[in-house]
Design a protein around this ligand. Structure first.
Ligand code: GLC
Length: 440
């Protein structure tokens, strides 16, 4: 073989290798998260507290986001809700201010729920708020702009499951990873188009929150391709999936529905091992995600603050949900409670934001969060003798004070523990946060 031919052959081989590696990078998830992704994950863990919003045409019926399914409303009838969805009182400024005043750092909102209605201007489906309702405006664009202005991160919930589209063919039997009816490949393409819209038209978006995979456990969802597409469009976007399983390749955070990681109290997480990516747990303010006019089982300020603190103690973010009303307003029961949580956060936020959990196991009196050499002891259940014992190993405590009022707390170090004497604490406070400073 001549030298020139040999060089050409080698060049061709190199070219083929380069092309095939880019192609595989485009269709599959990367083995290692990029530096941009790792940064986004740390930032996410620092934010700790977010607002979840379930809002759609279902809100009109005031019976939660599953109303079409639970009341067995045929899709052709249900679709008509869009004809009179006209949330004239929606005000992005008010929603973002609500999140901000509650001490929340991000918002995750339903861009498309299981009913398939897109709450944004989509070219892939006319069943969307701009083209399919008298409202004709895009609330997600308004929110994106307002969030950017106010320094709140925006994330989109996106349903994989669709009750109405023919290509999805809800209820179809699955064979060889595909529904027998419908057009599975077409549906996957549709989702890719919508996700591309959501990521490229709303440049401030920082996360995609998938849901509904559990509807088709044996189907091939092409998740590798979908995740790779998202990260290619914007590597800083964090992907989470409410599949109730252990994390899958390409996911940036693990979701726990109505559940603190490891507790499986809602019964969804039996198969979910806690992974090595950031964690987030979501909960409702009453019992519903979407607006429910009959649901008056409101959780108290205390319950919700404790949920946030216990989540932080387990190193998880807390995404607290509201279901706005069909006119775009948020009911006073929610705003009142959120205002009180905001008051608590103004005093105690330092013990939540930027901290890490799993410092020590949860104790009968509460949990610990930490930031470097500072620990925050959250005493949510005051012992009768007002003494709290904390396992600290060989760390040396220099100073202890109540975060509320900076009142000095006396303590004793004894055999790998610190004993705090909390006679100056308010016994029935939501949470007596004691800041502990250890020597370096
Ligand atoms: C469940 C519900 C869904 C809701 C979600 C929020 O998956 O099916 O309606 O949006 O939980 O966590």
């Amino acid at each position: 073989m001549g030298k020139a031919i040999f060089i050409r052959l080698i060049a061709l081989l190199v070219l083929i290798l380069v092309i095939s590696s880019t192609v595989s990078a485009q269709t599959d998830v990367a083995d290692q998260p990029s530096a941009v992704q790792l940064n986004a994950r740390q930032h996410f863990m620092d934010m700790k507290f977010g607002l979840f919003i379930h809002w759609g045409v279902y809100s009109i019926l005031g019976d939660g986001e599953w109303v079409m399914h639970s009341r067995k409303i045929p899709y052709t009838n249900y679709k008509r809700l869009a004809d009179f969805f006209n949330p004239q009182e929606f005000n992005a400024k008010e929603w973002v201010a609500l999140a901000k005043n509650t001490g929340m750092k991000y918002i995750t909102i339903t861009s498309r729920h299981h009913d398939g209605f897109s709450m944004y201007k989509s070219k892939a489906s006319t069943y969307n708020i701009v083209d399919g309702t008298p409202y004709k405006k895009d609330p997600l664009m308004e929110l994106a702009k307002e969030c950017e202005k106010e320094g709140i991160e925006l994330r989109f919930y996106y349903s994989l499951l669709d009750w109405g589209r023919e290509d999805y063919a809800f209820g179809s039997e699955i064979k060889d990873g595909k529904p027998v009816k419908g057009d599975w490949e077409g549906y996957i393409r549709f989702m890719k188009t919508q996700l591309t819209e959501l990521i490229t038209n709303y440049p401030s978006v920082k996360g995609i929150w998938f849901d509904g995979e559990w509807d088709r456990k044996t189907a091939d969802w092409h998740l590798g391709e979908i995740y790779a597409l998202i990260h290619r469009l914007n590597p800083a976007i964090m992907i989470g999936n409410n599949h109730h399983l252990s994390p899958k390749p390409g996911e940036d955070f693990q979701l726990f529905e109505k559940d603190l990681p490891g507790n499986n109290s809602a019964g969804f997480s039996a198969e979910a091992k806690i992974g090595k990516i950031p964690l987030e747990t979501c909960e409702t303010m009453n019992g519903s995600w979407g607006f429910n006019i009959n649901d008056r089982k409101y959780k108290s300020v205390k319950e919700l603050v404790h949920y946030l603190v216990n989540a932080a103690g387990k190193d998880a973010n807390f995404l607290l949900n509201i279901g706005p009303m069909p006119n775009g307003k948020i009911q006073p029961e929610f705003t009142d409670t959120l205002a009180k949580i905001g008051d608590w956060m103004k005093v105690n936020g330092e013990s939540i934001y930027g901290t890490r959990g799993n410092v020590i196991a949860p104790q009968p009196w509460g949990v610990v969060t930490a930031k470097g050499n500072v620990w925050y002891t959250h005493v949510m259940k005051m012992p009768a003798d007002r003494k709290v014992t904390i396992p600290v190993g060989n760390k040396k405590l220099k100073h202890a004070e109540l975060l509320d009022g900076n009142v000095k707390v006396s303590f004793k170090q004894h055999k790998g523990t610190v004993i705090l004497f909390l006679e100056k604490a308010v016994p029935d406070s939501l949470d007596n946060v004691v800041k502990l400073k250890f020597s370096l």
